[in-house]
Unconditional design. Structure first.
Length: 287
């Protein structure tokens, strides 16, 4: 069933290219991505997401099985990745829903891969499957939020997919109770990915950019005032904020505030976020 039947179509050549890109990524990762529909599949998906987000025994769920079923039954995107070596073993889950304006946008709410399967390319294949699903329905834009302090996600989003920043959302979800986000402000960056255009961007560097945010000799965030003549600036973040949270939550919190204050001030002053380099360096320019 196509819940958006008749609204718009995407050029068949674009869809064919998206099919090839997904197939290649899935083969490299050794996975198959399938839509899920049954209560048993939803229960397994819910448990997987709880595992990824390190939910404890308090009764909190990242995503209730009943809600997963409701999303799928209403025609939204609900899928799981399975290892080709073990076709019945679920290793990842992605869930999205239709956004406004209806018929053009998918909001990808959550995506997770089991920790032991990170690094094999499953996340990339899952995203490309979601893009293909959207294009087949005539959707040409996907949005999502992510924690801008997680360097590997920022790099993947900007360098591999070629997203653009839409907004910085301060403490977007409020206090979260899962093991990954508990005790930290839930700042998120909202990004947009054009699905009918080539992915990725040209290689970028921070050469010549003024270091607006960096770590001092003690690992503390150091914010510097941007000189008037600067045309490009860089914002460094920890390369592994999740490990830092476990070792020093207070320091991780100071990095949260430093990035929030620096980035939002720059955006308000007209700066444009270009990309995030591998290891955690945001690069901005002033038009």
């Amino acid at each position: 069933m196509n819940p958006l039947e008749g609204l718009r179509t995407v050029d068949s050549e674009i869809i064919a290219l998206a099919e090839d890109e997904y197939a290649a990524a899935a083969e490299t990762a050794g996975i198959e991505v399938r839509e899920i529909h049954t209560a048993a599949e939803a229960a397994e998906a819910s448990l997987l997401l709880d595992e990824v987000w390190n939910v404890d025994a308090t009764g909190t769920n990242v995503f209730e099985p009943s809600l997963i079923i409701a999303f799928a039954h209403a025609g939204n995107y609900v899928s799981a990745a399975y290892s080709l070596d073990e076709p019945d073993v679920m290793i990842g889950v992605t869930i999205g829903f239709f956004g406004q304006p209806l018929g053009t946008v998918m909001h990808s709410h959550i995506a997770g891969v089991r920790h032991q399967n990170i690094g094999r390319g499953a996340g990339s294949a899952m995203k490309l499957h979601q893009r293909l699903w959207c294009l087949n329905l005539g959707l040409t834009e996907m949005t999502w939020t992510f924690d801008p302090l997680v360097a590997r996600n920022a790099y993947f989003n900007f360098q591999r997919l070629g997203v653009r920043m839409i907004d910085y959302l301060e403490d977007f979800y409020g206090q979260m109770r899962d093991g990954v986000n508990s005790g930290q402000a839930s700042d998120r960056m909202l990004v947009s990915w054009r699905l009918d255009q080539p992915g990725g961007i040209s290689p970028a560097t921070a050469d010549g950019a003024f270091e607006c945010l960096r770590a001092d000799t003690h690992g503390e965030p150091l914010v510097c005032e941007v000189p008037k003549e600067a045309t490009a600036v860089s914002l460094d973040i920890p390369s592994d904020i999740e490990t830092l949270r476990g070792q020093d939550a207070a320091l991780a919190g100071r990095w949260r505030l430093a990035l929030r204050d620096s980035l939002t001030a720059l955006i308000a002053d007209g700066w444009v976020l270009d990309t995030c380099l591998k290891g955690g360096t945001y690069v901005l320019h002033h038009p």
